[in-house]
Design a protein. Structure first.
Length: 254
């Protein structure tokens, strides 16, 4: 366990100036800030609706977050975990370190996993702060009159679990392709395909459809934490983790 924590710390040190690490901080702040500004400057319009403002805010955020932002960030995080070794052409060197190979592979996977988790938690927390700030600054909207942020938090968890399948696929693609364009380009194309096919009866079997399908569940307030698309996403993530480790060993041994 000590070796794992040392390897994970090394991943954060190597990646402290990468795009993924910085984006985990400023992107949630930007999204929550835009949501706050929308409600602040259009407070009269939202007050006239008389609807639950927590759900209105979440609907505005989830629309783009589910379809593009979260899947794209999962792609960037997966690429960032492998970027340093690609740039330095250091894959064989890193596996000569006095660490078990599984520890090195697991630390890279965990680093990217934690980036996505931090992104999700930070955005969820900032939206909660934005809503409470609006309750004080613009009480006519009614944030203080509703206690439904728990629903939003529940769906942040569902989105996080649902994107794990996409992340695991992108992690493998980013390991095999050195450049940024091919894995992210392929991921973006698959994400668009997943969004288009989300209404298909068997789309739950396609991990790239999961975020869009979960977004639809938010509109219908379907609260189940483990619908079929999330189960498939988690199973795919576990299977791809072990497949990726096997493929890494084969590549390094050549």
């Amino acid at each position: 366990m000590k070796l794992f924590w040392l390897a994970l710390r090394s991943e954060f040190l190597k990646s402290r100036r990468t795009l993924a690490l910085a984006t985990a901080a400023w992107m949630p702040a930007l999204i929550a800030g835009l949501a706050f500004a929308l409600f602040y400057f259009r407070s009269e319009d939202f007050a006239k609706m008389g609807a639950d403002p927590w759900q209105l805010m979440a609907s505005n955020v989830f629309g783009l977050y589910a379809v593009l932002i979260l899947p794209m960030y999962a792609m960037v995080a997966a690429f960032s975990a492998n970027q340093v070794e690609h740039v330095a052409n250091a894959w064989k060197n890193i596996f000569t370190l006095p660490y078990p190979r599984l520890v090195i592979y697991l630390s890279k996977w965990t680093f990217a996993f934690l980036l996505i988790l931090a992104f999700s938690l930070l955005l969820c927390g900032l939206m909660y702060l934005a809503g409470n700030a609006l309750a004080v600054l613009k009480p006519e909207i009614g944030f203080q009159d509703f206690d439904s942020f728990g629903l939003t938090a529940r769906f942040f968890l569902k989105f996080f679990l649902g994107v794990m399948g996409i992340f695991s696929i992108q992690f493998l693609l980013s390991f095999y392709w050195r450049d940024f364009i091919r894995p992210v380009g392929a991921g973006l194309a698959l994400t668009i395909a997943g969004a288009i096919a989300a209404g298909w009866k068997y789309a739950y079997l396609f991990p790239y459809s999961a975020p869009m399908r979960i977004s639809e569940q938010f509109r219908k307030e379907q609260l189940s934490i483990l619908p079929p698309e999330i189960l498939v996403s988690l199973l795919a993530s576990g299977a791809l983790f072990f497949l990726g480790y096997f493929l890494v060993l084969r590549r390094i041994s050549r």
